[in-house]
Design a binder for this molecule. Sequence first.
Ligand SMILES: [Zn+2]
Length: 288
Amino acid sequence: MSDGYLWGQMTWPEIRAAAEQGRVALLPVGVVEQHGYHLPTRVDTFLAESICMRAAAEMPDRAIVVPPVVHGFVPHHMDFPGTITVRGPVFIDYVVDVCKSIVSHGFDRILILNGHGGNTSVLDIAAKVVTLDTGAFCAFLSHWELEPVKRVVAELRESPPAGGMLHADEYETSVYLAFDPDGVQMDKAVKEYEVPESRYFWMDMFGGGDRITAARFIQPWSSFTESGVAGDPTVATREKGERFVAAAVEGLVELVDEMRERPIRKAVDRHGRQDSRIVGDDSRVGPW
Ligand SMILES: [Zn+2]
């Protein structure tokens, strides 16, 4: 039995054994999109996959990393060369099919680790559909939502809250520097962000200080940033990135272990009908 944890480098008997071990399947999901003058287009997929790989290396008996979903939902960046988008419903169907394939091989716990903010609303639907259609436990979150990451960001961030960290910014650039320092052209990094005047219309990966919330709203990125950056990558450093990555790995290991211990609750038909069409796992495939 190999102790491999990279799905794409394993044989089918090794993957069958990994399923029998009850490992959690980690599915990195990103996008190909512009990331300013200083970062390459692969950032979101590369970071999600790299974090999954680093975390799985710490728990090769409890996790397996599936090859990533490279393309995602990003119509709001299409004014910049290099961005590739997939329509929302197509993306949802694609991710659902990938996850159902994983479930069909015996994995009953999947964690989608997202690396692209624009994917969140569609991945939310995809994860719900997988869970409700298959009875497996499919959860999703973005790496900046892991609790240890939020804690370290609060400690280290120099960009202002509510608008200072969003895209190709201090966080993303630092994390990229930690994994591939030669891939960053720091001399081309520029600071570009809007300090919000509205209580509701602002965006920031890590929230906004004393502001209570933000209304969801996307403008074409080209309408408010010339470089494509939203944030301040000039204060990014490899040292910060290594702290962020360590926090992400800590959070991911913690989350995988919780998922492994958490019982999977089965649906119960409360209709009281003898001939209910939705009784039994095989028929639990609805149109939702
Ligand atoms: Zn990004």
